[in-house]
Design a protein around this ligand. Structure first.
Ligand code: HEC
Ligand code: HEC
Length: 253
């Protein structure tokens, strides 16, 4: 299990901002070849940043957005390749991403993405919180947002787990203890508040000192009514009916 700390991490690798150069000599020539191979197929995509320090763009400027960012600055992939197979980052589990012979992101891709490489996660969605430290949050631009969003209630859902577990007698402490957060390699991680809140801040403002991942089902309380939701949990067994899908050596009842 890895730990994700609050506060500023000092992990600021600046995204290179490429300022487009124009000089009279170059602009008189025929248009330059696109910067990245991606443009061969994706040149009609809207610029990710429309507004920049020197320009406002409705269309890409030779493959760059208004902040001078190219596709691979955010998505990764191979900028030199012009074929989809070599330009795109390949998934670890190619068959899981195919439907009717085409690349398709399946419904509820969450658990599949956790087993995928960080490079692939980044390629599919540079805004995924597992990779934002290399993308949006890698420079001063959005590091504060990236750090705040990873601890947001909308991300870890602690309110749901806290209310459901406490109110149903599944966990004895009323302050939320559990939340969902994943590291770059898809492992569940704890969220720790730095600096630690005072008792007063927790009581009056609800600031929590930490959130842990949901415990694995076989180490939580046996009588837990919500075991079915826990990591590794399955549908309830019916008394007297053996279940062929039950994990050997880990009887649920
Ligand atoms: C030869 C054409 C081609 C090139 C070159 C290409 N792509 Fe694609 N890309 C596609 C097609 C077609 C799709 C639609 C989904 C599919 O069929 O895989 C796609 C889909 C995507 C997607 C959506 C996720 C997905 O896989 O469906 C992203 C993101 C993407 N491309 C980024 C890039 C980047 C970044 C580059 C350059 C490093 C690039 N592409 C180069 C043709 C290309
Ligand atoms: C500033 C970062 C950034 C840049 C630059 C950027 N993208 Fe994206 N792109 C993203 C993010 C973040 C998403 C996910 C948006 C979402 O899920 O709503 C995305 C989504 C996409 C998708 C849709 C993926 C899907 O699964 O539906 C495609 C295709 C894509 N980008 C291609 C490109 C191409 C081609 C370029 C270069 C011309 C490019 N992007 C430049 C950040 C960027």
């Amino acid at each position: 299990m890895t730990l994700l700390f609050g506060g500023s991490l000092g992990l600021c690798v600046s995204v290179a901002i490429l300022v487009s150069r124009t000089n009279a000599h170059e602009s008189a020539k025929t248009p330059e070849a696109p910067l990245e191979g991606c443009l061969k197929c994706h040149d009609q995509i809207e610029p990710m940043h429309r507004f920049g320090p020197t320009a406002t763009l409705d269309k890409l400027d030779n493959g760059k957005d208004a902040l001078g960012l190219t596709c691979t600055a955010c998505h990764g992939g191979n900028p030199a390749a012009t074929e989809k197979e070599t330009a795109h980052v390949r998934p670890r589990f190619p068959r899981e991403w195919m439907r009717d012979g085409k690349f398709r992101i399946p419904e509820r891709s969450g658990t599949l993405l956790e087993r995928e490489s960080p490079e692939f996660v980044r390629f599919i969605n540079p805004g995924d919180l597992r990779v934002t430290r290399q993308t949006c949050g890698s420079s001063d631009c959005h590091s504060a947002e990236t750090s705040a969003v990873s601890r947001s209630m909308m991300t870890h859902g602690a309110m749901l787990w806290g209310a459901a577990l406490y109110n149903n007698g599944g966990f004895p402490i009323k302050d939320s203890n559990f939340g969902e957060s994943y590291s770059e390699n898809g492992a569940p991680q704890s969220l720790i508040q730095i600096p630690q809140p005072t008792t007063e801040q927790t009581r009056l403002k609800g600031i929590l000192s930490f959130l842990d991942p949901l415990p694995r089902w076989e180490i939580s309380q046996p009588g837990n009514t919500l075991r079915v939701f826990e990591r590794g949990g399955k549908r309830r067994l019916e008394t007297g009916l053996p279940d062929k899908d039950e994990d050997p050596g880990k009887p649920d009842k």
